[in-house]
Design a protein around this ligand. Sequence first.
Ligand code: BES
Ligand code: MN
Ligand code: ZN
Length: 500
Amino acid sequence: MADKLELNVEKGLLEETPANVLVLNLYEGVKIPSGATGSIDIALNGLITKFVIGQEGFDGKFGSMYTLQTYGKIGAEKILLVGMGKAKDFTPNRLRELSAKVIKKCKKMTNAKRVISVLHGAGIGGYDPELSARMITEGTLLGSYTFDKYKTDKKTQKVNEFVIVDMDEENCKKAKAGMKKGKIIASAVNFTRDLSNEQPSYATPSKLAEIAQSLKDVEVKVYDRDEIAKMGMGAFLGVARGSSQPPKFIHIKYNGSNQKLIQRKIAIIGKGICFDSGGLDIKPPSSMLNMKDDMSGAAAILGVMSVMKDLKPSCEVHGIIAACENMPGASAYKPGDILTAKNGKTIEVDNTDAEGRLTLADALCYACDLDVDEVVDLATLTGACVVALGSVASGIMGNHQPTIDKLIKCANAGGEKMWQMPMFEDYKDSLKSDIADMKNTGSRMGGTQIAGLFLQNFVKKVHWAHIDIAGTAYIEKPQNEFCKGATGAGVRTLINYIMS
Ligand code: BES
Ligand code: MN
Ligand code: ZN
């Protein structure tokens, strides 16, 4: 849920600034710290060097922490000394992750209402203070996230204020700019997490449409069932048939900050299966358990579109979602049914649980008809991708290598991991149907590639990349800056991509 935590930058001397907790750092192996940690050590008569490092053996390993009292010698009551790991290994991504660990630790401390922190990594020869502040902000806001909407006993927020303190005017200015960006990015990611974490009976197709319509500075068109039928989206409608929740096709358009300067037109598509029961090919309980997350691609699109008003990119951005549920209701589509997609191609339903690609087929056709240059889709598409890459990396494939390379770069800069999967044409045969143009599933082996090859049938004339976030969108245990649950996978990648 949106955090009440306030983040700020203040100009001041660390020694004198009042706080409950002061966050300082130590690189691994350093015995006599310089910089902020060094000057605080002097103010504390060598407590850090002699006691914490010398006697207690604090070694600065990445993520290690040590708290000590200051007994009124400086403005802060306590110090949280944080291990940065080896200086040569320290990266902006590590700073983001570390900052998440720090806020989690502070939330567990007694009386940590006001926390102040140095601009980690931005010392002499270090990072740009803007980048450093941005990473600290992202990590702090992502790390403090919890989804407690449905807890009647909400644990009260223990940290009210997190402030970066620096005595240099210029550093503060840059840090403020970085913090502003970090807040925008974290808000998009946490917005997405909130939606993916929601119970499926709340986050319905209609709800997604309503949320889209509430976004600022964008044009939104929501198509209902009749209009979807008129557009010829037979594949999407087939999937939607088994549910009592009406499908919604959502098109969000951001016009670009300056119409005359538009150089790129991008469409981003998110798989929006608000619940995936598998349909008539129903899933076993353990596989169905987390299938509320099958709209994580759609949630990511909404998250990205929600910050267009703040980021104001120069390009035109279309956010597209074909939202429905995959349910085994009385009118459900059946194995053996033949569906006709928007581009006229016919698909024999081989397995009703391969529904995402059917909804995406029509969404891709729609996007390609928009006269855009680039189309990126984000989908919790295949269990095979979870097997191949686990929860750490999303799978990426597509029809244009430079687009894929650029997306991988944007992912890495945002703290996300992507790994390219091949799309070997050899597997095309397994999608062959005896009576229609294709089937919706092929062999189990190579399932992620086969899904990609299926989607390619609905792509024309654009640079296209498909990102499979089945393993990364929702995690079973804490990972990097994230707690268990939804991660907002793809949001930071797409934001970087749009802004690049
Ligand atoms: N939504 C699932 C994929 C999925 C699995 C997402 C695990 C997140 C975690 C998708 O609709 C699905 O059911 N895919 C099937 C395809 C199969 C029937 C060809 C799968 O991967 O088993
Ligand atoms: Mn499915
Ligand atoms: Zn699915």
